[in-house]
Design a protein around this ligand. Structure first.
Ligand code: NAD
Length: 353
């Protein structure tokens, strides 16, 4: 079986779906890896590193399996071989085009978050990268120090960081801000994460609103709960130097957690880092993809943040892809077992046979 690794075509997408370290493992599982020249360039992984690991350079689109990071463009779908398998963050827009092209699409974002599929959980691996970077962006844009400093010129108090939404990204943001010396506090509507928040050295902010949803996610709040949450958050947010927001509800617009009133009440020079920009933003004043200053508060709402740390993001993603490929290949043959929950959930285009 040949597995193709194309160069990502979306502007700014610096990640690559397989890295040289993983190529060797896949070779021993009987797979031939075909890498498009320059595919790892954005992540500073040169062609010769791939060749040294046992890959060949060539046309990835002619392969039985093509592995990508970003969703394919129409042009890319046109290059896929009928009957082939495409793996990546596929989204929902291209499902019909993939089906028409007679391609099996396996969406990394649709892999169920069950323990057997943990090693394939690309949502988690990329959220960890985003959470880490969110804490760094907070530190970078803050006009004050993160850690407490005792200097000859006096003592500097530590910055206070509040993370709203303590899922994978939020917990990583808390852990990172703490390592940089900030005083950290975490908040979520799923009360079960309180323990995890404390385990990364943060305080737990309890606003008395619980919203557990399906499959380990949060549910959307009712109008009444939302009004109550905003009222309590408006009061809570004021004392913080950095507010990092990561709240998402599957299939919906991200909830607004930081209003203009809250931003107005924050101290000048404070920072909001909004990781929910892709789904509309958690801060009312966020401009997705931009850094804006409103009421003397810097509001950062980055898009596709993991692509800005392409080496680690690609390494983790490649391990997720490797684990999925190992599930799909038995004795050197490709076997899409639709009775397997992982394959059935991930497949966005099941070919009728
Ligand atoms: P996510 O990206 O969907 O959301 C981020 C966080 O925002 C979540 O913790 C969510 O509870 C929180 N949130 C949503 N609405 C909010 C609101 N109005 N106010 C405050 N917070 C709000 O979540 P994620 O990080 O992808 O996953 C969440 C957690 O659930 C992770 O720890 C993940 O491992 C776990 N999970 C487990 C399973 C499973 O074991 N079956 C399945 C899915 C997710």
């Amino acid at each position: 079986i040949a597995v193709g690794v194309p160069r990502e075509s979306v502007p700014g997408e610096r990640r690559v779906a397989l890295v040289p370290k993983v190529v060797g493992r896949l070779r021993s599982a009987g797979l031939n890896i075909v890498v498009e020249p320059g595919a790892g360039g954005g992540a500073l992984m040169s062609d010769w590193l791939y060749e040294e690991a046992g890959a060949t350079l060539g046309d990835p689109w002619a392969c039985d399996v093509v592995v990508k990071v970003a969703a394919p463009t129409d042009e890319e779908i046109g290059r896929l071989k009928p009957g082939s398998v495409l793996i990546g963050f596929l989204g929902t827009d291209q499902a019909q085009a993939l089906a028409t092209a007679d391609v099996h699409g396996l969406a990394m974002e649709a892999i169920p978050r069950i323990s057997r599929a943990q090693s394939m959980d690309a949502l988690s691996s990329q959220s960890s990268v985003a959470g880490y970077l969110a804490a760094l962006l907070g530190a970078q844009h803050l006009t004050r120090f993160y850690p407490m400093l005792t200097t000859a010129a006096g003592t500097v108090p530590p910055a206070k960081t509040l993370v709203l939404g303590a899922g994978v990204a939020g917990l990583q943001a808390l852990a990172t801000a703490r390592r940089l010396g900030a005083q950290t506090t975490g908040y979520d509507v799923r009360p079960e994460v309180a323990e995890q928040v404390r385990s990364v050295g943060a305080k737990w902010l309890d606003l008395g609103i619980e919203a557990r949803g399906e499959g380990g996610y949060a549910r959307a709040l009712t109008d009444e709960e939302r009004a109550e949450q905003l009222k309590r958050l408006n009061e809570a947010v004021i004392g913080y130097d950095v507010v990092i927001t990561t709240a998402q509800v599957p299939g919906r617009r991200a909830p607004v957690l930081v209003t203009e009133d809250s931003v107005t009440a924050m101290r000048a020079g404070s920072v909001v880092v909004d990781l929910a920009g892709e789904s509309g933003g958690n801060c009312e004043l966020s401009v997705p993809g931009e850094v804006v200053v409103r009421h003397d508060v810097t509001i950062v709402a980055p898009l596709n943040l993991p692509a800005s740390m392409p080496e680690s993001a690609s390494e983790l993603y490649a391990r997720n892809v490797q684990a999925l490929l190992e599930l799909l290949v038995t004795d050197g043959r490709l076997n899409l077992d639709f009775d397997d929950e992982i394959v059935a959930s991930a497949c966005v285009t099941r070919k009728e046979s």
